[in-house]
Ligand binder design. Structure first.
Ligand code: SF4
Length: 327
């Protein structure tokens, strides 16, 4: 068995040196995730933030083993998912579930809500129809839907926010330990976003969930996360408690992301990253040394020669930069 004792028993997920590479179709390798490591403690929400294309969704999918990472380990409660044979992984899937960005597309349009939400119960073997329906109704009402009016309908009969509630019901019906949320509100109207975020927090408390919450929206991440990790072109550049990161960003990329958040405008969602100056380099040919150096206003010759290693600047606050910002 791939059991590994963790020093800290509070750690539910330990990701080490995770690498995700795939063929870009032109014979070149896409370096989507290049050796990231992080822990998530039981009951906490870790936010993972970065621009589109930084590798955060690839990292989340690798944690889910969908598909498996190219290299690295993903220990969930001490069990290395990345090294388990497929047949041993399947029953463990009840412990870690994911909800996706596009709630409508993530639901099978031809299946009724009853079958969608009850689908994961199949891993628990044959349950009687009555017991199955009872659990489906219970979880639907838990996420704020009227079970009687919902069960027999098809996904297209619901709004985006309702579909995200159905996705959440499907994700929590097996009482997972870890819930991975990949941009769960970015496809929703601003007015619905807050409802779904509040629902996630309620579910987290009620079902003792631990969450990995992925978003490119800094305000959303700050609102929901205990700690925040910032990702750039396949690497983690900063990780800190949420308040600390937003008040004292130490990595020039984090500072640039925060500076790129537009001033409040009632017509647009708060906190979206507009643009950090310069183009995101291609993940098929990332820059040498520090990957942010082609856009970093503080870059020096050393930054092209040596990759900066993550170092702790204060308890729980790590930065991967040769010349971190101070103050
Ligand atoms: S290592 Fe150099 S290029 Fe990279 S973020 Fe720090 S100062 Fe900028």
């Amino acid at each position: 068995m791939n059991r590994q004792r963790q020093d800290d028993h509070d750690i539910i997920l330990a990701v080490r040196d995770l690498v995700v590479e795939h063929d870009g179709g032109d014979g070149r390798t896409v370096h989507a995730v290049s050796g990231i490591s992080f822990d998530i403690r039981r009951g906490e929400t870790l936010g993972l933030v970065g621009e589109s294309g930084c590798g955060k969704t690839s990292a989340a999918r690798a944690v889910m083993q969908l598909p498996r990472p190219t290299r690295g380990s993903v220990h969930l409660e001490g069990m290395n998912l990345a090294a388990l044979p497929r047949k041993d992984l399947r029953p463990l899937r009840a412990k870690f579930q994911m909800i996706f960005q596009d709630p409508i597309a993530s639901l099978n349009p031809r299946r009724r809500v009853r079958d969608i939400v009850g689908g994961p119960l199949a891993v628990q073997g044959e349950l009687g129809t009555e017991e199955k329906n009872r659990r489906i109704a219970e979880v639907l009402s838990d996420v704020g839907l009227n079970a009687e009016q919902t069960m027999e309908r098809l996904p297209h009969e619901f709004s985006g926010g309702q579909c995200q509630r159905i996705s959440l019901a499907r994700a929590i019906i097996l009482e997972p330990k870890l819930l991975i949320c990949d941009e769960p509100v970015s496809a929703l109207d601003v007015s619905v976003q807050a409802q779904i975020l509040n629902l996630l927090e309620e579910m987290k408390a009620r079902h003792a969930l631990t969450m990995l919450f992925i978003s490119h929206d800094l305000a959303v991440v700050k609102h929901i996360s205990d700690r925040v990790a910032v990702m750039y072109l396949g690497k983690l550049c900063e990780l800190a408690p949420a308040e600390e990161l937003y008040r004292h960003p130490g990595h020039p990329y984090t500072a640039a992301l925060l500076a790129a958040v537009p001033a409040p405008d009632p017509k647009r969602p708060l906190g979206r990253i507009d643009m950090v100056a310069g183009e995101l380099p291609s993940p098929t040919d990332p820059p040498s040394g520090c990957r942010f150096r082609t856009r970093c206003p503080h870059a020096q010759p050393l930054c092209a020669e040596q990759e900066p290693k993550a170092g702790e600047v204060s308890p729980g606050h790590t930065i991967a930069c040769h010349f971190p910002l101070s103050g």
